[in-house]
Design a binder for this molecule. Sequence first.
Ligand SMILES: Cc1ncc(COP(=O)(O)O)c(C=O)c1O
Length: 365
Amino acid sequence: MIPVARPIIGEKEKNAVQEVMASGMLAAGARVKEFEERFAEKVGTTQAIATSSGTTALQALMFGLGLGPGDRVLTTPFTFIATTNTILNTGARPVFADIEPRTFNLDPDQAEVILARDSSIKAILVVHLYGLPCQMADFEQLTEKYGVDLIEDAAQAHGAAFAEKPVGSFGRAGMFSFYPTKNMTTGEGGMVVTSDDVLARKIRLFINHGASERYNHKQLGFNFRMTEMAGAMGLCQLERLDEFVAIRRSNAEFYDQRLAPIPEVETPHIPPQCFHSYNLYTLRCQKRDQLQSYLREKEIGTGTHYPRALHQQPYYQEMGFGDYSLPYAEKAGEEVLSIPIHPGLAPGDLEKIRDSINSFYEARR
Ligand SMILES: Cc1ncc(COP(=O)(O)O)c(C=O)c1O
């Protein structure tokens, strides 16, 4: 089976983790600190705060911004549910605007319609879905015009940039995930990035039960800290991030050229100024479910990111989001299919995947 995602773990990572285990210092120490410093450098922020997952990074960020009951955060309905669960967990509520059908990202024009009529919105949370940057110039203008915060969910977008500026460095703060399917991994792990030193301090306290030193608790918090093993692994993976992204981009180029002629398939649309880091290569395609089963029979793993927009999720319907009508997000849920793009693909895999997609449609015309 060709998996839809696979982490690349080398000898360097294994040795680095073993060294930590041999040292006996397994929790928040020198490796995590160094990983934070290197990651901030890479993204171009003054601060980075390592956490136990992308979800905990986003959660700490939401609390750090002081969100709570009565507040609203404008975001996309077409993303992983952590994006909005972390808003709900503070007592605030997400407000959804529809996506741009060609990029699957939040549409700035749709966002403005809502901003113009809802003054309780405190922040816009953009999600650089699949590794494709959102229209950051437009979102920067909107946040300025309406006096709201800009936050970036870059969980899927390590190495992506808009106008040559790394994602994660645009808003007041951003976050990344290091889950094993991402462009770099620490097993589980996450990172908040910001150049707002006051916000960074609050988040550091929040992930450590409000303590700046042991048993001196200044605010409420959690234990959302990253382990030293994860920090050691993250340092090694960060060194290889550019190489990983380059392979993903070269695989994407292969698909772009070879799949574009198939009329039943739409390859990713990349607007000007966007440097896509291809965490996922996601097609819009006809007969999606049948194609997915066919590829499974051919031992090709795929994914649907995502089969349902968030307002269609059962729990969100119960929470009163069922009244939304977001046609582009709803349609995308029926048509998207992610095919393998990761750097671990073997020679011949790309050709096999292309040929299989081709033969599926040829037999059905
Ligand atoms: C867009 C988005 N946001 C947030 C997260 C949460 O990250 P994690 O799985 O590391 O908790 C993910 C992870 O898949 C994601 O894709």
